[in-house]
Ligand binder design. Sequence first.
Ligand code: BEZ
Ligand code: FE
Length: 297
Amino acid sequence: MTQHQTADITQAVLDRLADSTDPRFKQIITTVVKHAHAAIRELDLKPEEWMAAIQFLTKVGHTCDEKRQEFILLSDTLGVSMLVVQLDQARRSKRAAADTTATVAPTEATVQGPFYWENAPVLPLGSDIGKGMPGEPAYYSGRVTDTHGKPIANCCLDVWSGDGEGVYDMQMGGDAGMRLRARFHTDAEGRYQFWSIKPTYYPVPDDGPVGDMLRAMGRHPNRPGHIHAMVYKDGYVSLTTHLFPSDSPYLDSDAVFGVRDNLILPFQKHAPGKAPDGRVLDKPFHTASYDFALAPA
Ligand code: BEZ
Ligand code: FE
């Protein structure tokens, strides 16, 4: 049997891919093997350190169930999810990037996170999805346009957030059902408006191995306040993004690296009284205005 020296074991592993038939799979495995071997050589990794890594990944797997996906959390907190999102958006928005007549940049995408729930109720524009929820009321309004500033009518805006204490419906256990989420459709001028709450910061789940990793790294688990939005219509590149209040803590150190400067906006605070839609509130409220732009598909 051939003895492989440490110096050529990497090539020996790659040689065994000769009969692999899927070229993309082969390319991925080749790169992963090369980088993993290079990292182990660079670190001069000790057996007990490699065993600790295997035990950590085993714990990550054991922490997963139908509700909890610790591997995605690991990917999020190491910035891998956000990197994949950015590469994907750049790839899918190539037409917009090459269009020298475009006047508006497509809105930047960010991570979807684990709390998206399909088929949220379709509600009329102006509805209040934050009624009775912990948190300060906020009126969201704006437009959806293409990259030439042309309004996109009947565009779906699927929004969701935690409540004013940072808790999502999906984290409530039992059959709490959906709350603080809905789908709206823009009017003929591409306009949207709805009421919800001003989102607050909250920690990603940190009672598992990823939490242990964050503590070992000297990091906190918090995400700045944000409301999620998925914006889509046939003929355009679908967008999954967030809006962040500009006064939220942790904008500079989001645990999942999801903040982009142009997704941060002021939430104007108002005394009790008349809101922009004519509604009269007996407590303080916020207004937040944001225009989304979608790239052509
Ligand atoms: C969130 O935004 O809801 C989220 C994103 C990544 C990990 C955990 C939570
Ligand atoms: Fe979130």
